[in-house]
Design a protein around this ligand. Structure first.
Ligand code: NDP
Length: 234
C-alpha cells in the first residue's frame, strides 16, 4: 500500500537517496527544501526546521496534498566543525538547534497523526560520530548522540501505539557534507573503515526503507550502524 512519507532535507545527499528509495517502492513522498529548485518527482515543501512556524506550515501542506505523514525520516542536518576552544556559542547552539531540536520539532508534529492512527514509523539519521566522538565536532557529535536518547525515549513512549522509532547511524558517506574534507582527511578516514571506502547515499537509504517496512515491525529503539565497520563495538 502506498504510504505518505516525509523526508526532511530530501532535496540532496542522503535525504534525496532516501526519498528516491521510497518513491521507487511506490510510496507518496514529500521532501523539505530550504532554497533553490527542489528535485522533480516529489511533493517539495519549503521548510527550515529551525523555525517552528515553517514546520507547522510544511506539515499542513503535506497533509493536504498527500495525507497525514505515516513515515517520517528526520534527515536534515548540518556541521559547523571547530576545535573546542575556538567553538563559539553560536557554533554549538546552531548545530544543536538544527540536528536535535529541529528533529524534535518534526517528530513531535508528525506524532500527532500517528498517535491518532495508532501506527507510524519514525527514522532518525544520526551518525557514527555520535557514539565514537570526533575531534573538532563536539557540537555535531553531541547533537547526534542526543538523537539516540531522544529516539529510545520515544520508542518507550509511543510503542504501545504501534509507532516505532529507530536510528540509522551512517559512517562516512559521499555527499556535499564530506566533499569539503581534504584528500588527506579522506584518506585518514578510509584507513579506519574496515570496508575501506565511503558509503554511497543509496546504501543508507536501503536501511531506512527497511526500518519503515512491515518486515521491521518488531524493531524499535534500535541504532543501526551503516558505517563499513568504522564504529564497531559502540
Ligand atoms: P548534505 O549537506 O548533503 O545535506 C544536508 C541536508 O539537510 C540538505 O537537504 C539541507 O537542506 C538540509 N538542512 C540543513 N539544515 C536544515 C534546516 N535548518 N532546515 C531544513 N533542512 C536543513 O548532507 P548529507 O546528505 O550528507 O547528510 C544528511 C544527514 O546525514 C545529516 O543529518 C547528516 O548529519 C547525516 N550524516 C551524514 C554523513 C556523511 O558522511 N555525509 C555521515 C553521517 C550522518 P538545504 O539543501 O536547504 O541546505
Amino acid at each position: 500500500m502506498s504510504r505518505s512519507v516525509l523526508v526532511t532535507g530530501g532535496n540532496r545527499g542522503i535525504g534525496l537517496a532516501i526519498a528516491r528509495a521510497f518513491a521507487e517502492a511506490g510510496d507518496k513522498v514529500a521532501i523539505t527544501y530550504r532554497s533553490g529548485e527542489p528535485p522533480e518527482g516529489f511533493l517539495a515543501v519549503k521548510c527550515d526546521i529551525t523555525d517552528p512556524e515553517q514546520v507547522e506550515q510544511a506539515f499542513k501542506e503535506v497533509e493536504e496534498k498527500q495525507g497525514a505523514v505515516q513515515v517520517l525520516v528526520a534527515n536534515a542536518g548540518v556541521t559547523r566543525d571547530q576545535l573546542l576552544l575556538r567553538m563559539s556559542e553560536e557554533d554549538f547552539t546552531s548545530v544543536l538547534d538544527t540536528n536535535l531540536t529541529g528533529t524534535f520539532r518534526v517528530v513531535k508534529r508528525a506524532s500527532k497523526a500517528m498517535l491518532r492512527a495508532r501506527k507510524g514509523r519514525v527514522v532518525l539519521i544520526s551518525s557514527v560520530v555520535g557514539l565514537l566522538g570526533s575531534a573538532g565536532q563536539a557540537n555535531y557529535a553531541a547533537s547526534k548522540a542526543g538523537l539516540v536518547g531522544f529516539a529510545r525515549s520515544l520508542a518507550r513512549e509511543l510503542g504501545s501505539r504501534n509507532i516505532t522509532v529507530n536510528v540509522v547511524a551512517p559512517g562516512f558517506v559521499d555527499t556535499d557534507m564530506t566533499r569539503v574534507l581534504s584528500d588527506e582527511q579522506r584518506a585518514n578516514i578510509v584507513a579506519g573503515v574496515p570496508l575501506g571506502r565511503y558509503a554511497q547515499p543509496e546504501e543508507i537509504a536501503a536501511s531506512v526503507r527497511f526500518l519503515a517496512s512491515e518486515e521491521a515491525a518488531y524493531i524499535t529503539g534500535a541504532v543501526i550502524p551503516v558505517d563499513g565497520g568504522l564504529g564497531m563495538g559502540h
